[in-house]
Design a protein around this ligand. Structure first.
Ligand code: DX5
Ligand code: ZN
Length: 214
């Protein structure tokens, strides 16, 4: 699968959002971390900002829901026009129903696994998923240290995908840099999320290319 770089704008300078997004030409996807201050300790942004990103770019928007009630966000995000939505496995009783609801809008559906949540919890729902989001930090903040056990998780998902002839993508999120990108791609991740590595660099285009391995 072709590697896609999903730039998380959580580390962008919000005082000059238009300029920041304009510098992300090389990105494949814009990753939006939506945090509610309950499921995770941090608060990020909601619909007004998502609408703003929708106006600023034609690139696919990837809404990563770190909220206790993801079900309530789907219709409005669909109306705004996002292309991917993921929610955390622990936040819903009926993940199968929620996946179908996301897909009914023509949006790609994913489930996020925290560092402590095993791949086995997805066994029965994998055929329904467009992607699995493997968290390599505890959700809530950018610029945290990469947790290496995520690599084994990517490999396990890759193996299952092959054995069961499935075609979900694997997205990796948290602490992704030019130092670990090749390992993550080789393990089977095809969507690499990155915030602080990109926004702390002098040249976003070059940094994105490095993650892609070119
Ligand atoms: C963490 C978010 C990540 C975060 C990544 O809860 O889901 O998307 O912005 O930031 P970096 O790349 O700095 O680890
Ligand atoms: Zn994220």
């Amino acid at each position: 699968m072709k590697t896609k770089i999903a730039v998380s704008v959580l580390s962008a300078d919000f005082a000059k959002l238009g300029e920041e997004v304009a510098l992300l030409n090389e990105a494949d996807i814009i990753h939006l971390d939506i945090m509610d201050g309950h499921y995770v300790p941090n608060l990020s942004y909601g619909y007004p900002l998502v609408r703003c990103f929708r106006k600023l770019t034609d690139k696919p928007l990837d809404a990563h829901l770190m909220v206790t009630n993801p079900d309530e966000f789907i219709d409005e995000l669909a109306e705004i026009g996002v292309q991917y939505i993921s929610f955390h496995q622990e936040t819903v009783y009926h993940s199968h129903r929620l996946v179908q609801k996301i897909k009914s809008h023509g949006i790609k559906a994913g489930i996020a696994l925290n560092p402590a949540t095993p791949v086995s919890t997805l066994e029965d729902i994998l055929p329904d998923l467009d992607f699995v989001l493997v968290m390599s930090v505890n959700p809530g903040y950018s610029a945290q240290k990469f947790i290496p056990s995520a690599i084994a998780k990517i490999k396990a998902l890759s193996k299952i995908r092959k054995e069961r002839n499935l075609n979900f993508e694997i997205e990796i999120d948290g602490g992704v840099t030019d130092q670990n990108a090749a390992t993550l791609r080789e393990a089977g991740a095809s969507m690499l999320v990155s915030a602080s590595y990109i926004f702390s660099s002098d040249n976003y285009t070059d940094s994105i290319k490095k993650l892609r391995g070119i």
